[in-house]
Design a protein around this ligand. Sequence first.
Ligand code: XIL
Length: 324
Amino acid sequence: QGLAQAWTSKGRQYIGTALTIRDDPIEQGIIQARNEFNSITPENAMKWESTEPSRDNFTFAGADAIIDFADKYKKEVRCHTLVWHSQLPAWVSEGNFDNKTLISIMENHIKKLAGRYKNKCTHWDVVNEALEEDGTYRKSVFYNTIGEAFIPITFRLASKYAGSHTKLYYNDYNLEYNNNKTLGALRILKLVQSYGVQIDGVGLQAHLTSEATASSGGGVTPDTNTLTKVLKGFTDLGVEVAYTELDVRFTVPVTEAKLKVQADAYARVVQSCINIKKCVGITIWGVSDKYSWIPGVFKTEGAALLWDEQFNKKPAYYSVLKTI
Ligand code: XIL
């Protein structure tokens, strides 16, 4: 019995992983199998820099390969992501376009990308990371050129092209602490709803820590009660929720004690999702610590996933399985 088997046998939708297609039969085999993961999110292949590196010049080979993989191994796909300030090619930058032109560029991007995979995506992360840590809007090219209306505009465009079977999400990190950033996401959800535009869910990335680390600003994975409250705040507004990029990092080197603390943190996240009926799934941001993005970005941290670098299941794997 694996993670996805256990989860779906409880009547829930999916346990997913980030997918980068690479030459590693052990890692790819774990993803391909039916037991652990029944959903994948392209780790990078659908991002703007990968799909439209220069204006109206689309490159879909990487994204197509992800969709082919999903078809072949019968996975759902959480498509990621349409409008985001990061991994955005330099040609989409401030001062280059007025608002009308930028909106037409967004429409073309969404039409070609979301249209290509119409109804293939169970979900789209439509707008990613539009908030600062204090809950105000991030000063991205989209916000600075269009204003907050860029968010409902993007959702309207996504609903025009993504297909009626696809759930449209707002997605962000550090929404898990029930703080000002959480309130910012609630504000965004209400904003889109006030325009009468489709928004189906809020994705909590959940890039978490199991101890206060150099990068965590003192925060650690909240208790189950706080996490459950955060999820409920969103579902009370009529949408579903999901954990979309879960990992729980700590300062390396790994010790047995740290692995135990990490396992408990993972269990809190999983339990909160179980507590909320409309928490449809959990995507873990990779399989093995060997390929996790964490050490590349948070230099002294790592070991954030469920399998270690040798593909042994870690205590966190067993605590997730047991909690489900
Ligand atoms: C990360 C990928 O894992 C890395 O491979 C890449 O170099 C940078 O992006 N929030 C997101 C994800 O929405 O797309 C990011 O993924 C992690 C943070």
